[in-house]
Design a protein around this ligand. Structure first.
Ligand code: GDP
Ligand code: MG
Length: 597
């Protein structure tokens, strides 16, 4: 145990976490040449393309230091706010953290929020000034920023480059010398923290854990405390680039467990593994059931594909425990599913996976957060509104509550004005303003989650010319004035286009939605009136003018091959259209409410 070090890497996105992790593996000889690949830890295709670590992983390295052999367990953390609970559990499995700061970008919001998580868990922080090879690096200034933030000595900040490998040896020495060894008790009943799980279609779910007390053996009968289920440990082992089966994983170490579990949702991150016969009395603190934050309908473009879509969603859920869905129907779109996601990124990933891995073409409806509604009849009973059509009639509605978050934004002092205006426009209330350095300001706001899950981040980047970073955490439900804005096409209400909007913004947004839909809905043989309404009251109107005969006529004649290409293109574009009544609606129209600015 005294030669084990468990650590994670915390960094703002793109500050070089994956590259540096790669270098550590290289330097410790944990990767053979044949296995060498760029960005080893990010091994999902989608993930690689997006340049973000979607699922955390863990890897074990061995390293000789002053004549002694050490085991270094690197626990990777996801780099996106949608997955912040997983980050917190990974951090809870470690004694130390490398805090990586880009020498050109300095400290960003995610650096800070993850640092707070690490400090709450009493982790030893090793600051690393990364990318010192960059011509735009600003090592003195950024070191000062780090020193101000941590209250450490400048000599503790390790200068490094994941690109050239500079400083990697110093980092490894610091991990061994500064991070404390694990301190559990091998004689107590088993208590292991689940910090991640990976779905394997052949072997079932692989559970990644850190042993806090006791030990876990191959063939042991074990129990997961939160789910109450018991299993037989078919295999335990350590995580090298390939899994290494072992007879036992001891106190303080990190490993994987295979029990033949077939569904991702049976393994809950944050749960405690214990012995089935001699269980620990104490579950590890901090367990939470992850709750979806964003809901949207997913419908097949072709109604006949409903059963295929169901089968695909079920398969996706097997390996993505955070995806939830339930059947729903829409007057406009027929049968589909109301799905819950961790955030907009998660929604996009699911949509993309449905298309790539399952070859489904789907329509996703306007996303919304989850509201609590109360009626006059039963003012104490919570009605959970995950779908605009579930909002009770305005006349029966007692009140509505919406989820709020604490937003942390770090920006250059020059942009405080525009950032504040944006947050106020998004119904934010400022709660704190701190100058981290004379140039950098940390702003805290209480804001409705609904205002930030959609386009907030892009707007923030724009108003701050890229010099603002952002992170958030939930702070509970608060009263809200919510209305449902309905859309009528050709005098027919299209339920899948309805959106839940704060009353103060309803008129403006209703108007903008009509304008946007006018842009997006293709012209047809007849006029299509587009109306926005709150209840029976029409608040805005636009018209998509009928196609003039001579315009169609002009398309004919001319170069045959060009015309064929055009037709092919139209066919492809058509795929994502949905016929509602006699109007064709393209996919973008269903998301129009998110793109109004
Ligand atoms: P992550 O999002 O924190 O995992 O960051 P990555 O490791 O994916 O790196 C983000 C980008 O920075 C990539 O384009 C890397 O090639 C680049 N990068 C990472 N480390 C260094 C470094 O030390 N020097 C330079 N010049 N570029 C780096
Ligand atoms: Mg990465």
């Amino acid at each position: 145990m005294k030669n084990i070090r468990n650590f994670c890497i915390i960094a703002h996105i793109d500050h070089g976490k994956s590259t540096l992790a790669d270098r550590l593996l290289d330097f410790t000889g944990s990767v053979t040449d044949r296995e060498k690949q760029d960005q080893l830890l990010d091994n999902m295709d989608l993930e690689r393309e997006r340049g973000i670590t979607i699922k955390s992983h863990a890897i074990q390295m061995e390293y000789m230091h002053n004549g002694e052999q050490y085991i270094l367990n690197l626990i990777d953390t996801p780099g996106h706010v949608d997955f912040s609970y997983e980050v917190s559990r990974s951090i809870a499995a470690c004694e130390g953290a490398l805090l990586i700061v880009d020498a050109a970008q300095s400290i960003q919001a995610q650096t800070i929020s993850n640092l707070y998580l690490a400090l709450e868990n009493d982790l030893e922080i090793i600051p690393v000034l990364n990318k010192v090879d960059l011509p735009s690096a600003n090592p003195e200034e950024v070191t000062d920023d780090i020193v101000d933030l941590l209250g450490c000595d400048p000599s503790e900040v390790i200068h490094a480059s994941g690109k050239t490998g500079f400083g990697v040896e110093n980092i490894l020495s610091a991990i061994i010398e500064r991070v404390p060894a694990p301190s559990g008790n091998p004689d107590e009943p088993l208590q292991a923290l689940i910090f991640d799980s990976v779905y394997n279609p052949f072997r079932g779910v692989e559970t990644y854990f850190r042993v806090i007390n006791g030990k876990i053996r191959k063939g042991q009968n074990i129990k997961f405390i939160a789910t109450g289920k018991t299993y037989f440990a078919d295999e335990v082992g350590t995580l090298k680039l390939k899994q290494q089966p072992k007879q036992v994983i001891n106190t303080g170490d990190v490993g994987y467990l295979i029990t033949g579990i077939k569904e991702a949702k049976e393994v809950k991150v944050g749960d405690t593994i214990t012995d089935a016969k001699e269980p620990t009395k104490n579950a590890i603190e901090g367990f939470e059931n992850v709750k979806p934050m964003v809901f949207a309908g997913i419908y097949p473009v072709d109604t006949e594909d409903y059963e295929d879509l169901r089968a695909s969603m079920e398969k996706l859920q097997l390996n993505d425990a955070s995806l939830v869905f339930a059947p729903e129907s829409s007057a406009a779109l027929g049968f589909g599913f109301r799905c819950g996601f961790l955030g907009m990124l998660h929604l996009e990933i699911i949509q993309e996976r449905l298309e790539r891995e399952f070859d489904m073409t789907v329509i996703t409806t306007v996303p919304n957060v989850s509201y609590h509604a109360f009626t006059n009849k039963n003012p104490d009973e919570i009605i959970i509104v995950n779908n605009p059509t579930d909002l009770p009639e305005p006349s029966t509605l007692n009140r509505v509550e919406e989820p709020y978050i604490k937003a942390t934004i770090i920006t250059k002092a020059d942009f405080v004005g525009p950032v504040m205006s944006l947050c106020i426009e998004k119904r934010g209330v400022i709660t704190n303003q701190t100058y981290l350095t004379p140039e950098r300001v940390e702003l805290s706001f209480d804001m409705p989650l609904a205002e930030i899950v959609f386009d907030f981040y892009d707007r923030l980047k724009t108003v701050s010319k890229g010099y603002a970073s952002f992170d958030y955490s939930p702070i509970g439900m608060r009263a809200s004035k919510l209305v449902r804005v309905d859309i009528l096409l050709n005098a027919q209400q299209v339920d899948a286009l309805s959106a839940l909007i704060h009353a103060d913004n309803a008129y403006t947004i209703g108007k903008k939605m009509c304008e946007k839909l006018k842009e997006l809905i293709p012209r047809q043989q007849f006029d299509i009136p587009i109306q926005a309404a709150i209840g029976a009251k029409i608040i805005s109107r636009e018209t998509v003018k009928a196609l003039r005969k001579d315009v169609t006529a002009k398309c004919y004649g001319g170069d045959i091959s060009r015309k064929r290409k055009l037709l092919e293109k139209q066919k492809k574009g058509k795929k994502r259209m949905r016929q509602v009544g006699n109007v064709e609606i393209p996919q973008q129209a269903f998301m129009a409410v998110l793109k109004l600015n």
